[in-house]
Design a protein around this ligand. Sequence first.
Ligand code: 8YV
Length: 337
Amino acid sequence: MNTTTNPAHLTRKPKILVARAIFPEALAKLEETFEVRSNQADKVFTPQELQNELATVEGALVTGSERIDAQALSQADQLKIVANISVGYNNFDIPAITAAGVMATNTPDVLTDTTADFGFALLMAAARRITESEHWVRAGKWDQWSIVNNPLGMDLNGSTLGIIGMGRIGKGIARRALGCGMNVIYHNRSRLPADEEKAYSATYVSKEDLLRTADHVILVLPYTAENHHTIGAKELGLMKPTAILVNIARGGIVDDAALAQALQNGTIFAAGLDVFEGEPKVHPELLKCSNIVLAPHIASATEKTRRAMVDLAIKNLTTALAGNKPPSLINAEAFKG
Ligand code: 8YV
């Protein structure tokens, strides 16, 4: 009997997919342990391409641009984990992933402060009309400066900020608001414990009261079917005409067509948007508004934080493929014991 072991078999590396470009050093590290199919060209896969790619791998690093659902998983017989490089996971159909026996992970915590910073930056930029002011300077209008003829903005200090979604990032926004001399009111699926409300000087109110009372509103809630169009024409109508709306949550939480109309009619003063319905497309009516600050979904985009997100996603993937429970397992219930 031939008892010789097969070295090729022993050294076989598990095959993984990296669905979008990542930092070269992170890719090189993965290649030490895995046979990597990587998409450093960064062209977004079609649903069919994604399905084909997932059919041959044991793990996948993905981002918000990859929808992981029953179709994507239909031939993914060896797949054990999909690791999102993102805290939000509305690109995941969790019941379908769980039914396929696959672990799903995300990247919480590492982006909280970076994202809260950016939410506050958008709020400040929209309130103080920074984009319009820059255009004003570039258009050579500075010589028209006067006390009254400037892009006049709204104060944040002394105003009331309404936060919809009081999770980790919402609380980060509250901390920044307090530092800026703002009052904080919030609405959330569940009310915070009294000690946390005290720590953030945050008052719980209904969504309608928040929209009526807040001087400015920021959206930091996860996207779910229930949260679709949390802010539409009716809700915008409740807001103050001097109010600013900031969305750093997800496209689809705001009805972008209704928002464009509200910005054009003066129903609200201005908006700051990092996320859009159907992004990377932007509603053409929003592009016509000057009282808006637009960003291409970059709230987590600092070098340090994007590296930390990739590192955490890799840790999730390697832990799962080593047969252990990854640190940020979403569908943990299905993998108990
Ligand atoms: C990501 C995000 O850049 O973490 C999230 O939920 O929205 C962003 O940080 C984006 O989802 C890419 O996957």
